[in-house]
Structure formats: C-alpha cells, structure tokens
Design a protein around this ligand. Structure first.
Ligand code: GLU
Length: 424
C-alpha cells in the first residue's frame, strides 16, 4: 500500500509524500486545477507481488516485490528495478513519480514507472539471484512490455539481471522480446554507450551549471558519494574535463586526496581491494564526513535520503549535482536553498541513463543498430537541450532548478493528460 498523507508517520521522511508535495507545489506554480494535480500525483497502477525462491539449501524463502506505473500519459512506463533490503511501496512510488517527471524533463516519449524487490542480493548465490529475478519477472510480466512499461537496471541490478528478465518474458510470450527491458548486453539487443550514460549526463550538467554561474571549470574540487555504476565513471569524466576529484565515499568509508584522485589508480585499487579506502596517499575519513571535505561541488551518487538538514548545513561545496535518485530530503533541500547552494536535481542531472534507455529501445523496435557516434551525439544533444531549457525557465519563473524542473515535467504531463482526455 502506498501511504496516503493522513496515514503518514509524523517526523519521518517519507519519499512518496515528499514527491507528492513537490508535484502539488509545481501544480500551483503552473496554475493547474486541483483535479489535474490529484490526477498527476496518483499512481496509475500499483502491483505488489510475492516472490518465493527456492534457496540452494532446498528451503523456500519469501520476498516481496513491486512494480508501480505512475503515469503513462506521455508514453509507456519507464524506470529501473532495484534489489535492496530497504525497498518498500512508498519508495518505489516516489521513484516512479520521479521517472514520470524525468522523462518529461528530457522530453522523451515515456511515462514513469519503477520496480523493486526487498532483498539483500549480496546474500544470494548466483543461482538464487537468477531464480528470484525470473520469478519476479514472471509476476510482473502482465504489466510490462515494449509498449506498456520497460524496466531497466537500478541499484544492485545489472545487464545480467536484465538478460534474465528479457529471457523470462520472451519465453512466456513465445517470441523474442528485446524491447521489454533496457540496459541489456550488446549481444541481445543492448546498445553501446548505455553503461556510462548516466555519468555522462551528470558531467554535462555539472559543466553547464558552472558555465551558467560564470565559474571556471579548471580545478573545481569535487566530492562524490558512491563508487558504483554512476560514481566510478564520473571520476574519469570529471577529471578529463579539468576538475579535481578530492573525495569519494563507498560503504566502507571515505577518502580525502587534496591533490586530486587519479581515476586509473583508483580503479585498479578498487578492483584489487573492493573499496576506495586505502587509495595510495589518501586520508581515510568517516563516510558521513565526506561532504565536509573542502570542496566546490558535491555529487551524491548512491542511495536516496542522504542529504539531510545536518549534512546540508555542514556541506563545504557551494553547488550540488544529484546523480543519485532522491538523495535530498525536504529539510535538506530547504537548508541548501537558504544557503544559496544551486542544485541540479536528479530528474535532470541523472537523466542520461533513461535517455540511453530510450535509444536502446528505439534500436530494438527498429531492429537496426545505430553507429556509436550517433548515440553519443544524440545523448549529448538531448542533455544539453534539457539543461538549457530548465536553466532558461528558472530565470523566467524565478524559482530554483528543482522547482523549475518539476514544473516543466508536470506541465508536459498535464498537457498530454488534457489532450488525451478522460476515459471512458
Ligand atoms: N534507473 C535509472 C534511473 O533511475 C534508469 C531508468 C531507465 O533507464 O529506465 O533513471
């Protein structure tokens, strides 16, 4: 069950109620009527599934999974699937609404959806992970499809998980169905460029924000929370553009390297040791002190809800770019706003991933693979256009980049909803 405003636990950060209130405020800013605002907030379809898995021991373990389609007025649902012990209906609902806004902000023909299973995948064998994935895919199969809802990787899911989902759906339907998921390996309908696309989009937004603020890129010091699918490629991309990554955190701790981290050395160190901690010549800092490291740009690139009021008030950086989904709590955002810290919100900053998914899906539907240069050129163009549009609108609307991005997303969803009317 997705929590309704009246049932909420007071004083507890609830990502779903937070996103709902952001959409509501955007609706008021745009002058939408209350009926339209309610229609946009309310998720279209919420599916909760039981996922029984036969463990290697022979015992059967039960897990719970969800797939939520938030809005499909602009196109089929689109959004990742995450496997994490903290997954719940409210988190998935919030992330599905973020996807509706994100796809509208970068103007690609999708609605928003999200899915997840409440599980710690690090405790599963490969066989158990495959059986969990296939059973979950089977349970949400009636709801997904190339023209219904297209999952993708998210936290703790990757190209292998997508391959199993694609295979499960293809077996069920008796036909090869590559367009049912994105983030697949090349050999079964994936696309070159998908893997680093989110990080490339974050980099484009970071550079564009610095330009917009009239700041020089060279020697801007960056701290990144997370060294995973998004954080790791970021170190390389930002360094190549002249920025200096001076701090990174992963689950084991944070490192501080005032002179800047060498991405090749770090990637070798991580491969050998499994953590950023211990990078040659670094100081180790407690993970929660990452954002206090002297720096100019903060990039959360891991879990949601981490930029709380406390973290925001002690943050050293003067700008923030949200590579993770939903990293900032409402109170955290208020503190950053009061400190005049410009923030590129997740729905714009990390949209490179879903734009890449759109290009992969388009190639699957066409049955025709693009040249890699075309992919990169179109990705960069889409991200630049989206950033420039939001930047310009925020100057016109005189509200911050987050409020602007959500307003632009809501405006486009409202337009599609109005044009389509109300069935029946
Ligand atoms: N999980 C990514 C996101 O949150 C990608 C979603 C997709 O490609 O559908 O944006």
């Amino acid at each position: 069950m997705v929590t309704q405003a009246n049932d909420a636990a007071p004083h507890e950060f609830n990502p779903w109620l937070h996103v709902s209130s952001l959409i509501e405020n955007a609706g008021h800013l745009l002058g939408l009527d209350q009926g339209m605002i309610k229609r946009i907030i309310t998720p279209e379809r919420v599916l909760e599934v039981a996922v029984p898995v036969r463990m290697d021991s022979g015992e059967v373990e039960m897990y719970t999974g969800w797939r939520i389609q938030h809005d499909t007025s602009r196109g089929p649902g689109k959004g990742g699937i995450r496997f994490h012990p903290s997954v719940n209906a409210d988190e998935i609902a919030a992330l599905s609404a973020d996807m509706s806004i994100k796809c509208a902000v970068v103007n690609i023909p999708y609605g928003g959806a999200k899915g997840g299973v409440r599980v710690d995948p690090t405790l599963l064998s490969r066989g158990e992970l495959e059986r969990l994935t296939r059973r979950y895919a089977f349970s949400i199969a009636p709801m997904i499809g190339p023209d219904r809802d297209i999952p993708a990787p998210d936290i703790n899911t990757d190209f292998q998980v997508m391959s199993w989902i694609m295979d499960t759906v293809s077996m069920l339907r008796g036909q090869n169905t590559p367009g049912v998921v994105t983030g697949k390996p090349l050999s079964i309908g994936g696309t070159l460029g998908h893997a680093g696309a989110t990080s490339l989009g974050v980099t484009i937004c970071t550079v564009a924000l610095l330009h917009g603020l009239g700041r020089d890129i060279a020697n801007e010091r960056v701290v990144i929370q997370g060294y995973g699918k998004v954080g790791a490629p970021l170190v390389k991309l930002l360094s190549e553009r002249g920025m200096k990554v001076v701090g990174i955190a992963d689950i084991r701790g944070a490192i501080h390297v005032p002179g800047g981290i060498d991405h090749e050395v770090l990637s070798r160190h991580f491969r050998e040791s499994g953590s950023v901690v211990g990078y040659p010549g670094s100081d180790t800092v407690p993970a929660h002190d990452l954002f206090t490291i002297p720096s100019d740009i903060a990039i959360p690139a891991a879990l949601g809800g981490v930029i709380t009021a406390d973290i925001a008030s002690s943050m050293a950086a003067t700008i923030m770019v949200e590579a993770a989904n939903g990293p900032t709590t409402g109170e955290g955002a208020a503190v950053l706003a009061s400190r005049n810290v410009p923030v590129v919100p997740d729905v714009l900053a990390n949209a490179g991933g879903v734009v890449a998914s759109y290009f992969e899906w388009a190639q699957d539907l066409q049955g025709f693979m693009w040249e890699p240069e075309l992919f990169t050129q179109r990705l960069e163009k889409t991200m630049h256009e989206a950033f420039n549009h939001i930047w310009q609108r925020h100057l016109d609307l005189k509200v911050n980049l987050r409020e602007t991005a959500i307003a632009v997303g809501v405006e486009r969803i409202a337009e599609a909803t109005t044009l389509r009317g109300l069935f029946p």
